[in-house]
Design a protein around this ligand. Structure first.
Ligand SMILES: *Cc1c(COP(=O)(O)O)cnc(C)c1O
Length: 428
């Protein structure tokens, strides 16, 4: 493939955008090379500025459950835009999308719309702190909750006590209120809680992790955390920005039958427009302004175009509830195909999968947490990424990201993807 025009556009972008992009993973830093610039997309495919066509496995990092330029969402946005694009006043649409979301997701009575997953998680934590009157939170290494200060934390030297900033600009004062735990390690969480008894407002996690590849929760892990939260008066915050309306209509809470106290959404709920949301029981949500004292606001929150897109998306999955099973079947098919060719070539690997999330790690070790996921962040992954890209398959450009399948993918697309992998691995 030729990437001439993408290269030129990237050089030009670098003169006015830091790193040439508006979100770091797009810059291909981890895998090297030039990011492809998208010209247009439809269904499961997109075309870049050089005219190359790809099968898309990131679906805008999750939102596009039915694929690109999905007609019901498209029409909803176009029709709504004709009536004005923003008012800063309430609309009936907000209540409509809220009611639908509340009817689909277990354990929530009320919802607040924001503009991104970052905002959703940031606000969920503020609400947890405001509700409990406690300061500290526990997060898990490798779980991503957006770029708010409280989440840009790595293990400090005394990992069992304090976190430390993992980005300049995050203050040590903020970092000391975020404790870092190992994913799938319940004892580690128990230790942290015991060492900080009475100080923890919330435990936040991805119920199925998708930001260190796909890592499903070990049996008993979430149940154990739920129990611990109940014993200690800690709020359990599920970051369902990735899993919400993707693993099931009711997200991971439905798929895994676990109750969270506060749930954060993003991605699918906006149908491809910038939407986030957080939701909880009426009691917890009553602490939020203007009903309660915990402040949170947004000029474009509940934006009519975004609400119309989200409403079309959620309406469509209610009309076609088999979509989740179809997606899981397609993902299992891809898993089987990749597994077969990797095995035949004797290439060490681990494939993790849950619903329509899947990731291939170039390590034979079980990938269950950040450290084991990091074993697969190696030159083999980069070769694989570029080898597939050159064969017209667009995978996440980082060993720490999950693929997100969309329902526009056909079995022919999946066969073509598996054939590309076969060709690549036969010359490995
Ligand atoms: C994408 C993501 C976020 C951040 O959402 P943005 O819309 O990018 O701010 C938060 N949590 C999880 C689990 C995510 O996957």
């Amino acid at each position: 493939m030729r990437y001439q025009r993408s290269s030129a556009l990237f050089r030009e972008a670098n003169t006015v955008l830091p790193g040439g992009v508006n979100s770091p993973v797009r810059a291909f830093k981890a895998v090297g090379g030039t990011p492809v610039f998208v010209k247009e997309a439809s269904g499961a495919h997109f075309t870049d500025e050089d005219g190359n066509r790809y099968i898309d496995y990131i679906s805008s990092w999750g939102p596009l459950l039915f694929g690109h330029a999905f007609e019901p969402v498209l029409q909803a946005v176009i029709q709504r835009a004709k009536k004005g694009t923003s008012y800063g006043m309430p609309t009936a649409l907000e209540t409509e999308l809220a009611s639908l979301a509340v009817s689909m997701v277990p354990n929530i009575d009320k919802i607040r719309f924001v503009n991104s997953g970052t905002e959703a998680c940031m606000s969920a934590i503020r609400l947890a702190r405001g509700y409990t009157g406690k300061h500290k939170i526990i997060k898990f290494a490798g779980c991503y909750h957006g770029h708010a200060d409280a989440f840009l934390i790595q293990a400090g030297s005394g990992a069992v006590t304090f976190g430390s900033p993992n980005s300049p600009g995050v203050t040590p004062g903020t970092a000391q209120d975020t404790l870092l735990a190992r994913y799938n390690d319940l004892n580690n969480v128990r230790e942290l809680v015991a060492a900080n008894r009475g100080e923890i407002a919330g435990i936040i996690l991805e119920p199925v992790a998708g930001n260190m590849g796909c890592i499903p929760p070990a049996s008993g892990f979430l149940e154990g955390i739920r129990e611990l939260c109940d014993e200690e008066g800690i709020l359990l915050v599920f970051d369902e920005v990735m899993t919400g309306f993707r693993l099931a209509a009711g997200g991971a809470q439905q798929a895994l039958n676990i109750k969270a106290d506060i749930t954060a959404f993003g991605k699918v709920i906006g149908g491809g427009l910038p939407v986030g949301a957080f939701a909880a029981s009426a009691d917890i949500m009553s602490h939020l302004a203007p009903e309660g004292p915990v402040y949170q606001a947004g000029t474009l929150s509940g934006n009519p175009l975004a609400m119309a897109a989200g409403l079309a998306m959620l309406t469509e999955m209610n009309r076609d509830p088999e979509v989740f099973e179809r997606l899981a079947d397609k993902t299992a098919y891809l898993h089987k195909g990749l597994e077969k060719t990797l095995q035949e070539r004797g290439i060490p690997h681990t494939i993790n999968r849950f619903g329509s999330m899947i990731s291939l790690h170039f390590t034979a070790e079980a990938v269950v947490d950040f450290d084991s996921a990091a074993l697969g962040n190696n030159p083999d992954f980069n070769r694989y990424f570029h080898g597939m890209l050159d064969r017209g398959v667009y995978l996440p450009p980082s060993a720490f990201e999950s693929y997100f399948l969309n329902d526009a993918l056909s079995y022919e697309d999946l066969d073509n993807t598996i054939a590309a992998a076969e060709e690549l691995f036969s010359n490995w």
